[in-house]
Design a protein. Structure first.
Length: 309
């Protein structure tokens, strides 16, 4: 695989925090699958800081959840989604202290969640699939980094969280009540790019996407080595990486292409549905409008140019 070099002015500035699903990107840089001059990664404490850098124009792209991309777009930030990093398939979890029969007998149910589109979506699916009365729920908005303390100290009845935190709490007696395996191809982490930048830096972005796909492929063919490298990047133990990966799909070129083909594509249809949910929950001021949030052409060019599909 030939790697594209570039001048400093062509370097892509990407903000990302230490979510495991994003760490294939720095692994690809360290392995030489993405030229170091091509990509500048700014590590942030959380998605909130990554979004702020996008608003201020201090980075060209960010690794975010699909709902965070929708939020930026609703604020008037000119962004486009050009690739999916991962799809949650069990990594996002509803935990409970009690079984379904006991919960149905309770007069009220305390639940902690991070109030974003994912938390709202998981709560809606919980109510729909469990048959629990929506009016029973007393909701606490708890940032993800406080979930452990909240569960241990406040003793809620339920908690919406994600791996590897979920595995830690299950070891302490929590029950896995529901997870994102039951809402497949819905919860995405994506590469969000300033749309104007994407139009003028297609080759650089294509090279980054190509390197990302090599890293994903390497995870399949050399899992032990790649998991070790992912653990180093994410600041996790290898066992935690393995646990989290069990609940994630990391789509390569072909899977990404399937997500982005069609009118509307699956990813665009999901974004439209999520924007309606965010709007109904009062989390954005308006639903998606204007150009489609998903810009598929750069990724599809990479897909069609790769020797093995």
């Amino acid at each position: 695989m030939l790697l594209t070099s570039c001048s400093g002015s062509d370097s892509v500035r990407i903000a990302m925090h230490h979510w495991l699903g994003y760490q294939t990107l720095p692994v690809a840089v360290n392995m030489g699958w993405i030229h170091r001059d091509l990509l500048t990664i700014t590590t942030t404490p959380s998605a909130t800081e990554s979004m702020q850098l996008m608003r201020e124009g201090k980075v060209d792209a960010a690794a975010l959840t699909l709902d965070e991309a929708i939020q930026l777009s609703s604020e008037g930030v000119n962004v486009a989604v050009i690739m999916a990093f991962d799809i949650s398939s069990g990594a996002d979890v509803v935990l409970s202290r009690y079984d379904s029969a006991t919960l149905k007998q309770m007069s009220h149910i305390t639940i902690g969640l991070e109030k974003n589109a994912l938390g709202s979506l998981m709560l809606a699916k919980l109510i729909e699939q469990s048959g629990l009365d929506q009016d029973k729920f007393i909701i606490s908005n708890i940032p993800a980094d406080q979930h452990l303390d909240f569960w241990q100290q406040q003793q809620p009845d339920m908690l919406i969280t994600y791996e590897p935190m979920a595995a830690t709490l299950i070891q302490q007696g929590a029950i896995r009540f529901m997870d994102t395996r039951e809402i497949a191809d819905t919860v995405f982490d994506v590469l969000v790019v300033n749309r104007s930048f994407a139009e003028t830096h297609r080759d650089a972005l294509a090279a980054i996407i190509r390197g990302q796909f090599i890293a994903v492929s390497n995870l399949m063919t050399q899992p032990d080595d790649t998991i070790y490298r992912l653990a180093q990047e994410a600041g996790m133990e290898s066992s935690e990486v393995r646990q989290t990966l069990r609940g994630l799909i990391l789509p390569g070129a072909g899977y990404n292409a399937r997500l982005m083909q069609g009118e509307p594509s699956h990813l665009q249809a999901t974004a439209t549905a999520l924007s309606r949910l965010l709007y109904r929950q009062g989390m954005i001021g308006n639903e998606l409008h204007g150009p489609a949030l998903v810009m598929p052409d750069i990724l599809l060019h990479v897909y069609h140019s790769m020797p093995e599909q």
